[in-house]
Design a protein. Structure first.
Length: 212
C-alpha cells in the first residue's frame, strides 16, 4: 500500500516506475536503467507530471511510501532516480523487491480505464477494486477505507454518498460491476463498520510484457 497522503501525480508516477520493475527482464532487479521516453511517453503520463517531473522525483526519492500492516509509511520505495543523458537509473529498496517479487500475484490495471478517471480518490478506489476483482468478495472496514482514500474527516454517511456510490457507477461504465452490502455495528445499528464488495469484472484481458 502506498502512503495515501502522496498526491495524484506522485501516485501515478510511482505506478509507472514500479511497472518497469515488474517486466519479465527486470523482475528480480533492484536497480534498472531505462530510456527516458519509457517515462516521458508512458500512456499513464500527464502534462502535469511532465511539467513537474524533476520536483516529483525529488519528492519521492528517499521518502517512506510503503505501508506494511500499519497506517503509516515504514519503507522507502525509491532509493535513487537519476537522469543521465537519455536514460534514468532507478533503484528500489531491497524490502520493496521482496514485496513485489515476480512469484507474487499481480493485478492487471487497464491504462485506458484508469485514464478515464480524473479524481485521485477514484483512481485509488479503482486500484483497490481491481486488486480484489478475481476474488469472490472483498470485506473492507470503513475506518481503513477512510485512511486509504485520505478522507478521515468525512462522516461515513457522506463518504458513501459523496464518493463510493458515485465510484460504483463509474466502475459500471468501465464494465466492472460491484455490489455493495453495508454491515452495521451489532451494538449500535446506526453505525456502519464495514462494507462487503462483490466484484464482477466483465472485461477480458491479454497479459503482455508491457504491463501495467
Amino acid at each position: 500500500m502506498l502512503d495515501p497522503q502522496i498526491n495524484k501525480s506522485e501516485f501515478i508516477l510511482s505506478l509507472m516506475i514500479i511497472n518497469l520493475f515488474m517486466l519479465s527482464f527486470n523482475n528480480r532487479r533492484t536497480v534498472i536503467k531505462v530510456r527516458a521516453d519509457h517515462i516521458h511517453n508512458n500512456d499513464l503520463n500527464t502534462s502535469t507530471i511532465n511539467k513537474h517531473l524533476k520536483q516529483l522525483i525529488l519528492n519521492l526519492v528517499g521518502r517512506k511510501l510503503i505501508c506494511i500492516n500499519e497506517k503509516s509509511p515504514t519503507v522507502v520505495l525509491f532509493e535513487k532516480i537519476e537522469r543521465t543523458n537519455d536514460h534514468y537509473e532507478i533503484e528500489i529498496n531491497s524490502m520493496v523487491r521482496k514485496i513485489i517479487k515476480s512469484e507474487n500475484d499481480f493485478t492487471i490495471i487497464e491504462i485506458q480505464q484508469i485514464n478515464q478517471l480524473k479524481k485521485y480518490q477514484m483512481i485509488r478506489f479503482y486500484c483497490l477494486i481491481k486488486m480484489w476483482a478475481n476474488n469472490k468478495y472483498y470485506i473492507c472496514y470503513i475506518q481503513w477505507l477512510k485512511w486509504y482514500l485520505n478522507t478521515q474527516d468525512i462522516e461515513t454517511k457522506n463518504l458513501l454518498n459523496l464518493y463510493i456510490t458515485d465510484y460504483l457507477e463509474k466502475l459500471k461504465q468501465l464494465k466492472i460491476i460491484v455490489k455493495m452490502t453495508k454491515h452495521k455495528k451489532e451494538t449500535d445499528k446506526r453505525e456502519i463498520t464495514k462494507l462487503i464488495f462483490d466484484i464482477f469484472d466483465t472485461n477480458t484481458y491479454e497479459v503482455n510484457n508491457e504491463g501495467i
